[in-house]
Design a protein around this ligand. Structure first.
Ligand code: GRF
Length: 208
């Protein structure tokens, strides 16, 4: 059983999609064992509670330096013997210490087709505003491993979403979540839980 620790900062719709997939049998070999929120009172924590999953808040501001903050998260995840860290709308950049500890065992979802509209400054609604501003005809979502480069780690899965004539940034954000994010995030976890992928250099390869 792949034990997942999810890091969240907000509403947690991706977290919900992941939990549901592990509970309804579509991702049978994985289980969310703990949820860490970077803020108090997020709805994501509420969702964890409803599913009887451990949920805690670990805030950067409670620590005198960033390394201590990272260590507190590592300690918590270790106490739950977490195998895979899932960033499900987590708004803090992960530090070096954490990246080393969970090398090739941290995944993130980004609401565009990387390498478009990603990297520093591209988060939340800004990603969709930029896609509409550019006038691209397709966008989508990407699940990738996390490394030291923002949105730069090896790509696991991508899914395309077509932009419609009357899309607003809000409507696009919603459709990208519904049509892409909530599908490929659980799918990527399934692949990992079944040992079907490996990182080779800066790419993800399917194993036979
Ligand atoms: C999603 O759009 C995701 O792509 C991004 O943050 C958002 C999180 O939404 N990384 P939610 O908290 O899962 O609802």
């Amino acid at each position: 059983m792949l034990k997942i620790g999810a890091l969240v900062s907000g509403g947690g719709t991706n977290l919900e999609a992941i939990i549901n997939s592990t509970e309804n049998g579509s991702v049978p070999n994985a289980k969310v064992v703990t949820v860490i929120s970077s803020k108090e009172g997020t709805y994501a924590l509420e969702r964890a509670k409803k599913h009887n999953i451990n949920g805690v808040c670990i805030k950067k501001t409670d620590f005198s330096d960033f390394d201590q903050y990272m260590q507190a998260m590592i300690d918590h995840l270790e106490s739950f013997e977490v195998d895979l860290v899932v960033l499900a709308g987590f708004m803090t950049v992960i530090g070096e210490k954490f990246l080393e500890k969970y090398k090739d065992r941290i995944i993130n979802i980004h609401p565009s087709l990387i390498p478009s509209f990603c990297g520093n400054g591209f988060y939340g609604i800004k990603v969709h505003e930029a896609a509409l501003e550019k006038g691209v005809k397709v966008t989508g979502a990407t699940v990738h491993f996390v490394n030291e480069e923002t949105d730069g780690g090896p790509i696991i899965l991508q899914k395309v979403v077509y932009i419609e004539e009357n899309d607003t940034a809000q409507s696009l954000q919603q459709r990208v979540m519904e049509e892409a994010e909530w599908k490929i995030f659980p799918e990527a976890i399934k692949l990992i839980s079944e040992g079907k992928i490996e990182v080779v250099g800066n790419k993800v390869r399917r194993k036979n």
